[in-house]
Design a protein around this ligand. Structure first.
Ligand SMILES: [Zn+2]
Length: 469
């Protein structure tokens, strides 16, 4: 392939399959750079940073889709680094015989064993690192999992080395003619937009994993669409999602995911969209038309779970062995699953109640109380009278009280009467939107247009009706 003309290098031995992977990545990168360019043009506030980081951007994306989303590249030997391949390809100028590789410190590694694994055979370099006052700092921070990136030539001579001493500082060792120089420089992070799309075959988690979506972003996704989609009951095979989210990427391609900037979820053929708009309040989410979507109540205190027992006026109680009403819903979830407050609240009870076991009662505005039963424990320091924010962790799923297995018993009371958390009376409480103010509407549309354009581009072959609510 001509696009690999500059790629005469062969990372380590027989890494043909990985090279093949990289080929695909480069197409992704090209696509991304194109779309990113259009984003840059349209978004003044971000322009300078984005132009400056355009090249970096492509590397981060390649990593997000390719090697591993998240942290260390793990203990699987040397990973060919996409960065220099890309640079080579973009500039059309290769440095013959120069290899870039990244690996991470394994348990029991010494610097010598680490460099040996990366194919460096350079006693001179090792002696320099052992003796130089700056370079030998590396020995004090060789913790397992830390990334290291080197350049070497064909004969295994070290050309340069980069290693993070801590969160703030990077050690750089460089060969200059016939000697080495070491310096410590501040770590740099690049803010970028990453994208992911997925199709649900078994579960949202599995699809998100497949798409390389970090867990924190998947959680945001469920919160964003919780007013329209009941993630317990509504998901269907073939549902799709597309997400554009912010991330900080360091020079070792380690990614710290940030917030979602735009997302689409197609559920049962119906497409829903959200965009982030940085309004006066520090930013919020809206539909592309500027309709606010913030729910005053989360649909569920556990983002991922299934209802094993619904709200009924009578049912056969498995422990009491008698018919009685079940004035809440049971959400099955593994022991210890975090339970979140469904809305801003004050804690009115946190303790033991017969039947409920460990239970928390929260008081919200508008005469609403919510109850969380059978907990294995409370979040540390939870006190009666304390103010809790929506989505805040309050306790953990358990099976205390009358419970045959780990689950959360969840009640929603309106004026002290239990209502079906999935019923129509409660649904009204799930939506209480604040729209984009009229005077900010043009600004909103201008700021979000590039994100919408990008969503259109990445939703790919989805045939769902674009009926945006
Ligand atoms: Zn129950």
């Amino acid at each position: 392939m001509t696009q690999f003309a500059g790629l005469s290098k062969k990372p380590a031995s027989g890494k043909l399959t990985q090279m093949k992977t990289i080929k695909i990545k480069i197409q992704d990168i090209k696509h991304w750079i194109l779309t990113q360019n259009s984003l840059t043009k349209a978004s003044d506030s971000r322009r300078s940073g984005m132009v400056a980081s355009l090249l970096m951007l492509s590397f981060g994306v390649a990593t997000a889709f390719g090697i591993t989303p998240g942290l260390s590249t793990g203990g699987h030997g040397v990973t060919p680094v996409i960065e220099d391949i890309t640079r080579t390809q973009l500039s059309g100028v290769a440095t013959p015989g120069l290899y870039v590789q990244q690996d991470s410190v394994h348990n029991g590694d010494t610097l010598a064993s680490l460099l040996f694994r990366m194919g460096v055979d350079d006693q001179e370099a090792l002696s320099f690192i052992r003796e130089d006052k700056t370079a030998k700092e590396i020995f004090r921070s060789m913790a397992p999992g830390k990334p290291i990136r080197i350049q070497k030539n064909t004969s295994g001579t070290l050309v340069s080395l980069r290693f993070p001493l801590n969160d703030k500082d990077i050690l750089k060792i460089t060969r200059v003619n016939d000697h080495f120089e070491a310096s410590i420089a501040p770590a740099t992070e690049t803010k970028q937009l990453l994208q992911a799309t997925g199709t649900i075959y078994s579960s949202l988690f599995a699809a998100a994993d497949n798409a390389g979506l970090p867990d924190s972003v998947t959680r945001q996704l469920t919160h964003l669409f919780s007013t329209d989609i009941d993630f317990h009951n509504d998901l269907r095979r073939g549902d799709t999602f597309s997400v554009i989210y912010e991330a900080d990427t360091d020079e070792f391609d380690q990614i710290k995911p940030g917030r979602i900037m735009a997302a689409e979820f197609v559920n049962k053929g119906q497409a829903y969209r959200r965009v982030f708009f940085n309004n006066a309040d520090g930013g919020d989410y809206f539909t592309p038309e500027g309709v606010g979507i913030k729910a005053s109540f989360l649909r569920s205190p556990i983002p991922f779970s299934r209802v094993t027992s619904g709200f009924t006026t009578e049912r056969f109680h498995p422990i009491l062995k008698m018919w009685r009403a079940h004035k809440g819903i049971d959400l099955a979830a593994p022991m210890g699953t975090p339970v979140e407050a469904v809305a801003n609240a004050t804690v009115v009870f946190a303790g033991w109640k017969n039947g409920y076991g460990n239970v928390i009662e929260l008081r919200h505005s508008n005469g609403v109380d919510t109850v969380y039963g059978h907990l294995s424990g409370f979040v540390r320091g939870l006190r009666v009278g304390e103010h809790i924010r929506q989505g805040e962790l309050i306790g953990y799923v358990g099976m205390t009280g009358w419970a045959t297995g780990p689950h959360l018993h969840y009640e929603f009371k309106i004026n002290n009467v239990q209502r079906d958390p999935q019923g129509p009376e409660v649904r009204r409480y799930l939506r209480a939107s604040v729209n984009v103010a009229g005077h900010a509407k043009n600004q909103f549309l201008a700021a979000t247009a590039p994100l919408i354009k990008e969503l259109n581009a990445i939703r790919g072959t989805s045939t769902a009706q674009a009926n945006f609510e």
